[in-house]
Ligand binder design. Sequence first.
Ligand code: IFM
Length: 456
Amino acid sequence: MQRSDFGDSFVWGTATAAYQIEGAVSEGGRGPSIWDTFTRKPGAILGGDNGDIADDHYHRVGEDVALLADLGINAYRFSISWPRIQPDGTGPGNRTGLGFYRDLAEQLLAHSITPWVTLYHWDLPQALEDKGGWLKRETAYRFADYSAIVAEELGDIVTNWITLNEPWCSTFLGYASGVHAPGRQVATQSAHAAHHLLLGHGLAVPRIRGAAPEARVGITLNLYSVNPASDSEADRDAARRIDGLSNRFFLDPLFKGTYPTDVIADLDQVDWFTSTTTSTDLDTITAPIDFLGINYYSRHTVAGDSVVSKASAFPGSESVQFIETDAPQTQMGWEIHPDGLIDVLTMAHEKAPQLPLYVTENGSAYEDIVTADGTINDEARTDYLYKHIEACKNAIEREIPLAGYFVWSFIDNFEWAMGYSRRFGIVFVDYATQARTPKRSALWYAGFLGGRLSSG
Ligand code: IFM
């Protein structure tokens, strides 16, 4: 497999998110986000970790961009911290925050790396959560205002815009299981957050285009290949439920202008969705977009009729059991299944046949060992990336319009509820010194892409 197999215009990148790497949470006029609050909650994060310092990227942009350039990538996906732009979620843009991202984008462009901006990667200003967060419709309007501010500032140098990252996580990990910020557990009512997130996306699309006429706008979903453990009716129903909550609940409103009725019924939210989600809302949500981003890590194998789990991330379908297969897993306990990437790309292409697709995240966590000579020989991660890039090639051969691939992640970072215990980076970070060391996977990726790092 070679880079040239994918054609000259294929986008090759790496990705990160603001709270996971920036640190400097009290600098530059940044306000508190829901993650600053949540990480203070005893027991919420493994090891009591938080993003206060993270990779200190805020102070190390030059060094990090130089490393990105050495990888040979032509795109870098990063997210904007909403509370750096609007410390309390409303009002005019904070010049220092906007300036930070302008400088980052300019430095990338100076190295011929195209910036891909994600507007919301989970760090809601705490002030908006205090008013009800994504359970409140108002938050969607605040998101559109914030998006317009950022697009006005960066629209002359940024073309690629992703409104939301993984609204499934914001909805069901944030408001159902409560393992992510804001840590609320409102069971099936968490689905209201999904609608408000999607509404925020739909409201933001024309505001971004209005401020940045050249913009290409998309959204990123975390899609899963979902398989029943057997052909039994109960297992097939379990697969219908989990596919419904993970995939169709987001794809259908975006591309068909309807919510899947079976999922709304599973959630016992028919009345709310019938009375609240007007056809105007759905028209807003189906605002034409230019591409779909897909984050893929693993697949689900599911069975029916298990013991009901409390505070599930799959509310209304708590009795579904997630089966551990004998396939190899990453340190997250996620099964490695590269063909599942072809499944989700096929699913997305069927739902949105007109759109180019991008794998906006793919990667794996492993326990890295730093050898005596300082190298990190992460063979398993390298193999994971190779096999998933190979799946991308297979998807293209099946005429799926896949136009790009971003490794998650550029550097080790704050892995949410797992703190710093899970390393997804292709560049190792020594958190005591903040020294960055490219792992074998980075050297492989750079070699594949023809980057300078490979010869170093
Ligand atoms: O680290 C996260 C990222 O923020 C969103 N997608 C999944 C990654 C790995 O869990």
